[in-house]
Each structure stands twice: as structure tokens, then as C-alpha cells.
Design a protein around this ligand. Structure first.
Ligand SMILES: C[S@@+](CC[C@H](N)C(=O)[O-])C[C@H]1O[C@@H](n2cnc3c(N)ncnc32)[C@H](O)[C@@H]1O
Length: 195
């Protein structure tokens, strides 16, 4: 009962945030609505993450800090012009350098959506980025990788990324999958837990 109420609370919060900021009608399972209206509220209700890192921030995400109000949210992007769309704790750097900024076992929840294949493309950088994500995540923390499952946007097959194999796959119950494919652009959310 308590859990149901929590889910309801975060679902209503997500609805209000998107109602306020999103100007067009989205389809239920397109990548943005999956992220904002299914993933965020359920992660908040089930994991109650206190330290969160969101990697890669675009202008259309200027309102994303609102989802994590009252929590310690960090954002990072390689492009200095993205700083204004980040949280008050924002870092401009390559995701591969994460360990220059954070201690091991720091974050409860890390999201990296649309960065792999969208700038993070070299095999060695992909490997060091995912190794760093693993290291700065606390044990049992949740990592979500958002990526496009098409050849042109998959610089390294996921199964060939050694650092990813350190994680265990996690079935995200609200989407009944550990690799949920959205209805647009083959956009896929893959869910991992740090062992
Ligand atoms: C296509 S946008 C996606 C942003 C966003 N996370 C989303 O959900 O749509 C890609 C973003 O990743 C950033 N980016 C690309 N390569 C990066 C890297 N190696 N390290 C950090 N940020 C990177 C870009 O500057 C850009 O803001």
C-alpha cells in the first residue's frame, strides 16, 4: 500500500512537470514519455535515490532538475554550452574522466541517455566511461543506459563492452524488461545493477 502510494505520488509529480513543460502530445511508448513518465517516477518510488548523476544534457531537458528536487543531483556534459541546462552541481568534461570528479561508490542512480553513439564513440573512451560509471556507483545502485539500437549509432556492440559485463542486468518491472525498446528510433533503455 505504502509503495503504491509512493508510485502514485511520483507519477502525479511527473505528469505535472511534463504538463507544464512539454508542448506536444507524446505517444505513450516514445523514448521521452518512457523516460519522464515511466522510468523517473518508478525509479524514485522504488529506489529512492539520494545521489543521482545524469550524463548528457540538452536544451530540451532544461526542466529535468525538477524531477529530482530535494535530492543531490549532478549533471555532466562535454559541451560547455550545456551547462545552463544542467543542475546546480554541473561538470563540463568528458564522461570518460568521471573518476577525476567523484569517489568510488558515490551514486545511487546514474543515467546516461543518448551519449553512447552521440559523441561517446571511440571504443577506449566507451570502455573507460563505463568502467568509471561502475566504480562511482554504490553497490546495488541502478544504471540506465539509453541508446539507439541501430548500427550507425552503436559504435561498439554492447556485448563487447567489458566494463558493462561487471554489472548484472536488471529487469525493470514497470517495463517488464531489462532492455526496453521504445516505439521511435529503436531507442532502447538498458537496465543494470552494480554487483
Ligand atoms: C543527443 S544529446 C542527448 C542528451 C540527453 N541526455 C538526452 O536524454 O537526450 C547528446 C549529449 O551528450 C553530450 N556528449 C557527447 N559525448 C560526450 C562525452 N564523451 N562526454 C560527455 N558528454 C558527451 C553532448 O554534448 C550532448 O549534450
Amino acid at each position: 500500500m505504502k509503495n503504491l502510494l509512493k508510485k502514485l505520488k511520483f507519477k502525479i509529480q511527473a505528469k505535472l512537470i511534463t504538463y507544464k513543460h512539454v508542448e506536444y502530445k507524446r505517444k505513450k511508448f516514445e523514448d521521452r514519455s518512457v523516460l519522464e513518465e515511466i522510468i523517473f517516477p518508478n525509479v524514485l518510488a522504488e529506489f529512492d535515490p539520494q545521489k543521482i548523476l545524469d550524463i548528457g544534457r540538452e536544451d530540451y531537458q532544461y526542466f529535468y532538475n525538477e524531477f529530482f528536487k530535494g535530492r543531490e543531483l549532478w549533471t555532466l556534459d562535454i559541451d560547455p554550452e550545456r551547462e545552463e541546462f544542467g543542475s546546480k552541481n554541473h561538470i563540463t568534461d568528458n564522461v570518460s574522466n568521471l573518476e577525476n570528479h567523484f569517489n568510488k561508490n558515490t551514486f545511487d542512480f546514474i543515467l546516461m541517455n543518448g551519449v553512447f553513439g552521440w559523441g561517446l564513440n571511440k571504443k577506449d573512451k566507451v570502455e573507460s566511461a563505463l568502467e568509471a560509471i561502475y566504480n562511482i556507483m554504490r553497490p546495488e545502485g541502478l544504471f540506465i543506459l539509453g541508446w539507439n539500437d541501430v548500427k550507425e549509432l552503436t559504435p561498439v556492440p554492447l556485448l563487447d563492452i567489458k566494463a558493462l559485463q561487471k554489472f548484472k542486468k536488471y529487469t525493470f518491472k514497470p517495463l517488464k524488461s531489462s532492455d526496453f525498446k521504445c516505439t521511435n528510433g529503436e531507442h532502447t533503455y538498458s537496465f543494470f545493477i552494480k554487483k
